[in-house]
Design a protein around this ligand. Structure first.
Ligand code: HEC
Length: 152
């Protein structure tokens, strides 16, 4: 490479580092609101699977490990946690659950292995569900969601 190219490359790297550093000043919002109401689980295994694979985005008990402090990972996750809590929140169960439509959507989404989202499973291998676990999870969640419907 020519000397001019090196200078350009060095400038580019320095600029990128600076930009990345400045990005880190972006505010983060990693709050966990209080727990309002919890499901009446049909059994302990359903609770365990949901806590392992779904709670980070669908509850107010989100874990925020160190890499969630890095912009832009933090912004991506904050968005998913916010959107996830909005559609289904295991810590605000009475308000966010349950309708027949939600039960159907849950069964379809888990059955097609669309939840937890693929990028999340890469970061959290322990959240990966085998097809047998997915079957049990659907069955258990339907029973748990119907508990809620019965109580109304
Ligand atoms: C990484 C975050 C994340 C994890 C983990 C996660 N979800 Fe989600 N989930 C979302 C987001 C975000 C949405 C909203 C998607 C949208 O609206 O496009 C969603 C939507 C859903 C919906 C659709 C609700 C509706 O009525 O439209 C269901 C059901 C659901 N998730 C179930 C689960 C289950 C069950 C698990 C665990 C096996 C899980 N999710 C794990 C982020 C997550």
């Amino acid at each position: 490479m020519k000397r001019r190219d090196w200078r350009f490359l060095r400038g580019f790297v320095l600029f990128s580092l600076l930009a990345f550093g400045l990005l880190q000043l972006w505010p983060r919002n990693h709050t966990n609101p209080p727990i309002v109401s919890v499901p009446n689980w049909d059994n302990a295994q359903t609770a365990e699977m949901v806590q392992r694979a779904c709670f980070d985005c669908h509850s107010n008990e989100t874990h925020w490990p160190w890499y969630t402090d890095i912009v832009p990972v933090s912004s991506l996750l904050e968005h998913d946690v916010e959107a996830g809590r909005e559609v289904l929140n295991f810590s605000d169960w009475e308000t966010s659950c349950c309708t027949d439509e939600q039960i159907e959507r849950m069964a379809a989404i888990v059955g097609r292995d669309q939840m937890p989202p693929p990028y999340y499973v890469l970061l959290h291998p322990e959240a990966r569900l085998t097809s047998e676990e997915r079957g049990k999870l659907i069955y258990g969640l339907i029973a748990t969601m119907e508990n809620e419907l019965d109580e109304e």
